[in-house]
Write a new protein. Structure first.
Length: 397
């Protein structure tokens, strides 16, 4: 199972909250189609931000891997004022703006993933729909599909994956790591097919006899165990939701990031189809630095973009429940844990080849045992590039 599908567990967990958002969708349309903006004059656009002159599509289409959430904030930051919301298609379209408001001469359309695309992988959507310019991918998905649906990631949207294994500190006060769980026979609930689980078992961190792939995203089995079980989740959501909004639990949770066990894959990469890379290169040279800066701007001042994210969740109305409290917690957690952060070289959005190579070494044999053929001789250069990254852009401490 790939990163995109694993995120599908989030909807059931959030639905268990049982609350509904009531936000105004003022100034936005939620009709059946996205209306095109009036032609934009590019005469006064700074050369560095003129995406139209750089040959970008008139509408840059970004396919995400889930419903709108704070982890996507750096990309929703690019959506200009008064966007058009297509509630039926689960997409928002508006001017693509740089540096918090500079028009770039093109539009951006951000499409929801997960339930909105039938839980299909983003890679499959990109190969099915040629109008998609960019997509959210994970390194595991790229490696698994490197021979059949090859992609190249041009920016790391997140520096660290927020995926976790969580547990009750009240019931297990001596646990500090996932390895501590593996020293017991405690059941570990996870979503069947998650690519990190064969790694955890193979490394002896967890035992095959204790993992349970029947997790459906709801807290029901965990709650029924009285908090004895451990369970997968996302550091940016479940610890807050389960301790604040799930009335049947409503207690603190403790966790360790999957990344801290050595399975340090990139999640929410911004990627293109490999066969489109050459044609998109002039566009990406200007677009990627704009996207880097948008993440910096969002983390510094997330309020207006959070408002749009919550507005979209309400308009899409597909069972994904997301509150202001969860959004605020997510941003705080992303900053605290470095989930949004600089690469070791100090650059936001850059890839580290040695990290990608380590993941290839971990996952290629796992996929081979599962009967999945990866690209022969796969190297980091086949799936990631820093060619378009501006090394001067970083998060400041």
């Amino acid at each position: 199972m790939l990163t995109t599908r694993r995120r599908s567990v989030r909807i059931a967990a959030a639905a268990a909250v049982g609350t509904a958002l009531a936000l105004t969708a003022a100034a936005c349309s939620s009709g059946g189609g996205s209306s095109a903006a009036a032609p934009v004059s590019t005469a006064n656009i700074p050369a560095a931000d003129n995406l139209k002159a750089a040959g970008c599509p008139s509408t840059v289409v970004l396919q995400t891997d889930w419903d709108p959430e704070a982890e996507h904030g750096g990309q929703y930051q690019l959506v200009g004022p008064n966007p058009t919301i297509n509630a039926g298609a689960k997409e928002v379209t508006g001017e693509l703006v740089a540096h918090g408001g500079v028009d770039t001469g093109v539009q951006i359309q951000i499409r929801a993933g997960g339930p909105a695309i039938g839980y299909q992988t983003v890679s499959s959507q990109m190969y099915k729909d040629s109008s998609i310019t960019l997509g959210y991918l994970g390194t595991d998905e790229q490696i698994a599909l490197s021979a059949t649906q090859p992609t190249v990631a041009v920016m790391a949207g997140l520096e660290i994956s927020p995926q976790i294994i969580q547990w009750s500190p009240q019931e297990h006060p001596t646990w500090n790591t996932i390895a501590d769980i593996g020293k017991t026979n405690t059941p570990v609930l996870y979503y069947q097919g998650a690519s990190y689980m064969p790694y955890l078992i193979g490394k002896g961190i967890l035992k095959a006899s204790q993992v349970n792939g029947s997790y459906d995203g709801t807290p029901s089995v965990f709650v029924a165990s009285g908090g004895q079980d451990a369970v997968q989740g996302f550091a940016t959501a479940e610890p807050y939701i389960w301790s604040h909004d799930v009335q049947s639990w409503d207690k603190p949770m403790k966790y360790e990031l999957i990344a801290d066990t050595g399975f340090n894959f990139y999640q929410q990469e911004i990627a293109v189809r490999k066969d489109k890379l050459a044609a998109l290169t002039p566009c990406l040279k200007k677009l990627v630095p704009i996207m880097q800066q948008a993440i910096v701007d969002y983390i510094a001042n997330p309020a207006s973009t959070e408002k749009l994210i919550l507005q979209l969740v309400t308009a899409y109305n597909n069972g994904w429940v997301y509150t202001q409290g969860t959004a605020n917690y997510a941003v705080t957690t992303m900053k605290k844990l470095g989930i949004v952060g600089n690469a070791p070289d100090g650059t936001l959005g850059a890839f580290t080849d040695s990290r990608v190579q380590q993941l290839i070494g971990i996952l290629a044999p796992i996929y081979a045992k599962q009967g999945k053929q990866t690209l022969t001789g796969l190297t980091p250069a086949d799936i990631v590039t820093n060619e378009f990254i501006d090394p001067s852009i970083s998060l400041k401490s």
